[in-house]
Design a protein around this ligand. Sequence first.
Ligand code: HAM
Length: 426
Amino acid sequence: MALKLPRGTQDILPGEVEKWQFIETVARDLCEKFQYKEIRTPIFEHTEVFTKGVGDTTDIVQKEMYTFEDRGGRSLTLRPEGTASAVRSFVEHKMFGYPNQPVKLFYMGPMFRYERPQAGRYRQFVQFGVEALGSKDPAIDAEVIALAMSIYQSLGLKKLKLIINSLGDKDSRNAHREALINHFSPRIEEFCGDCQSRLEKNPLRILDCKKDRDHELMATAPSILQYLNEDSKKYFDKVQQYLTNLGIDFEVDPNLVRGLDYYNQTAFEIMSDAEGFGAITTLCGGGRYNGLVEESGGPETPGIGFALSIERCLAALNAEGIELPVTQGIDCFLASLGEAAKDYTVKLLHELRKGGFSAERDYLDRKIKAQLKTADRLQAKYVAVLGDDELQENKINLKDMESGNQIEVPLDTFLEEFSAIYKKGR
Ligand code: HAM
């Protein structure tokens, strides 16, 4: 039986991969402008990086991690997200001591979650994410959100909706927690098993339950915004003010909870509003996680970040009917007629490539007509045809495929000639 890839994973084939590279380049270029530096951490970590970091009442930790024991009996986990790893690395390498603060990092790579696969939800997916560690200036919250929005806007996406919320600081959260427990306790047996166990451990997560979302107590649950203390309120106001100054539209949604435990203060998601996008509309999620660095063994350090997946970004582009301007076609195809000419193209091809051009030749001993067809298929900008006679006469025929113009070029100085013609033509 033919082997198949695992459920929830995908092969990204040539033709499609160029779109991924395009998005990755846009994200990298913007990180350069916003001054976020790349960090590469391992794809697997000690399991406690995530149980502690992401939180053991979350779906990710309880149901979705790929955890295994290695041959030395250690429990390891394929990373389900990047924040816990970035924070682990921040503490391990004492980045809190770097002269440049805040430390602004970005990462891009595969993440793994054992979720039920459906459109926009994979078991292996690629996240691009940023983390800014060491500042509790609300301007950095606005910066992080602006970076996420800029990525989508640079790709041409228009149907975006930014929603933000404040989860408050510790005091606000505790007050809200009490209120939630009082609200749900009397009728908690009407809720699913997960919610029942969340009630004491983390009642905020009840608001994020997919099974019970239509229960009447959900709509009347106390909102965190009623419980924000003065500091948290001021902070949230400032974030909103900065976003407004930046011309970024947003909606405040007091029910935005986020599925990871480490959040406090600012939380946000960017959704696609495009028709036909499908059931899962969240493109990007992030927020503040002051306290996570301390919990991971470092000094008091505030942090904020976001992550988005390339998969959902592509789905959004599809839904909006946006074609990415991925470069197609090669600079030159070398066709040949005759044995000696064919041999000569091996060297010529290499020279073109060393000269900085994308170039190809035939490797299947095709007739000249079939070679020209290949050149067409490869969308060659120029086709150079070399026959044994031309080889003798030190010349080669060069055709500009766009204009149809043909000229003869000296063979021994082909690279220089080609470079000059190419530059002029573009
Ligand atoms: P998250 O909301 O779990 O947050 O994931 C962020 C983004 O990853 C989602 O908005 C979505 O685009 C993408 N994503 C998540 N699961 C899948 C999946 N199964 N298939 C495809 N895409 C998926 C985090 O991971 C946090 N670490 C974000 C963060 C960074 N917060 C602060 N810093």
